[in-house]
Design a protein around this ligand. Structure first.
Ligand code: TXA
Ligand code: MG
Length: 335
């Protein structure tokens, strides 16, 4: 059966579905989430099933404001409080000790910690507030694929597998939230770079380390029979090559090999190569990492559904939001 396409005026339909233990996708400022009542085992297990997500990968719980944090933990360090005040609502997920047993064990994947965030999107906040349900929600894509930045992307991946999709147009940030582990406040660790840059976090709480859980999972869990492919992230089906400044050389080499090239870059670059290649998708008029981040997944998905054979993606400097952008394209390129 087709999923329900839910417009703004029909938000009560989304609320009823969630109250009845169904799974509904909704927009956030980062990417679309796939939400379910975080305390309902059966509802949460439907998320994993729809996405084909490994059940040892925990979910973020979405709240409408800071006052709901106490539902999940009575241990909120000062640094966490300061980050909430500085960046919520916004693209920052804070991992704290889960001390209340409020969340389904499927949400935490059996860990003693829990990821919490208040999304900065009117439709997400309305859904959270009016349902009065904290919502467990991963990105609403098939596991391993680029996250959805429009309701159409969600529909493409999950129509028929979930109860509904709330349409809120294109998302603003385009990349997922920054995930920071504060279970030990003396050693804050960024587990995933995202919408809030490290520099901004350090302005508020001082030095933080960077780690990547996804990379570690591949190293630690991969076994001969399961070569870690299921933990690949943000990857289109087509091969991705990251390009710094060797565009001319690379394009001519790939053309000689008979490849059908799709270029994902700013118009400054597209203008030079447009007539030589099979596909061009704009990451913005000029080289702006915010616009590029917003358009990245849309571009990867666009080429995945086309007949090009290789995707060339523009690189950006690894500072500010550029750290998250480069993290995602390096994963897409299988690094
Ligand atoms: O922007 C976002 O964060 C989006 C929107 C929908 O909120 N959500 C999202 O969720 O990207 P997901 O599930 O695709 O990625 C969440 C990441 C995963 O890498 C997961 O392993 C990690 O956060 N995570 C969640 N809870 C955790 C926990 N308790 N400890 C460590 N890592 C956790
Ligand atoms: Mg995801």
């Amino acid at each position: 059966m087709e999923s329900l396409w839910i417009k703004e005026k029909d938000m009560d339909k989304a609320i009823n579905l969630l109250r009845n233990g169904e799974v509904v996708s909704f927009p956030t400022e980062t990417v679309y989430g796939l939400g379910a009542d975080a305390s309902n085992d059966e509802a949460v297990s439907k998320i994993f099933e729809a996405k084909g997500r490994p059940n040892d990968n925990p979910l973020i719980v979405h709240l409408y404001d800071k006052s709901q944090v106490h539902l999940f933990t009575n241990n909120v360090p000062k640094k966490a409080e300061r980050l909430m005040d500085a960046f919520w609502p916004g693209p920052l997920t804070i991992i704290l000790n889960h001390t209340t047993n409020k969340a389904s064990t499927f949400v935490t994947a059996g860990l003693s910690s829990i990821g919490l965030r208040v999304p900065d999107h009117p439709r997400a906040l309305a859904l959270l507030k009016e349902s009065n349900l904290p919502l467990a929600a991963p990105s609403a894509n098939i596991s391993g694929k680029p996250s959805p930045t429009s309701a159409e992307h969600v529909w493409h991946d999950l129509n028929g597998k979930i109860a509904g999709v709330v349409d809120g147009g294109d998302t603003g940030v385009g990349l997922e939230s920054t995930v920071i582990d504060l279970t030990n406040p003396n050693q804050p660790i960024i587990l995933r770079p995202g919408g809030v840059p490290k520099e901004c976090i350090e302005d508020v709480i001082g030095a933080v380390e960077i780690d990547s859980p996804e990379t570690n999972q591949v190293v630690q869990i991969a076994q001969p029979k399961a070569p870690g492919m299921k933990y690949r992230h943000y990857s289109p089906d087509k091969p991705v090559i990251i390009v710094n400044d060797n565009w001319t050389e690379l394009v001519s080499k790939l053309l000689k090999k008979g490849e059908k090239i799709g270029i994902l870059a700013s118009e400054r670059i597209l203008n030079i190569f447009e007539n030589q290649v099979d596909g061009a998708f704009s990451l913005g008029i000029d080289d702006n990492v915010h616009t590029a981040s917003q358009m990245l997944y849309k571009g990867l998905r666009y080429f995945d559904d086309s007949d090009i054979t290789v995707i060339l993606v523009q690189s950006f400097e690894k500072k500010g939001l550029g750290v998250a952008y480069m993290n995602r394209i390096e994963k897409a390129a299988g690094k």
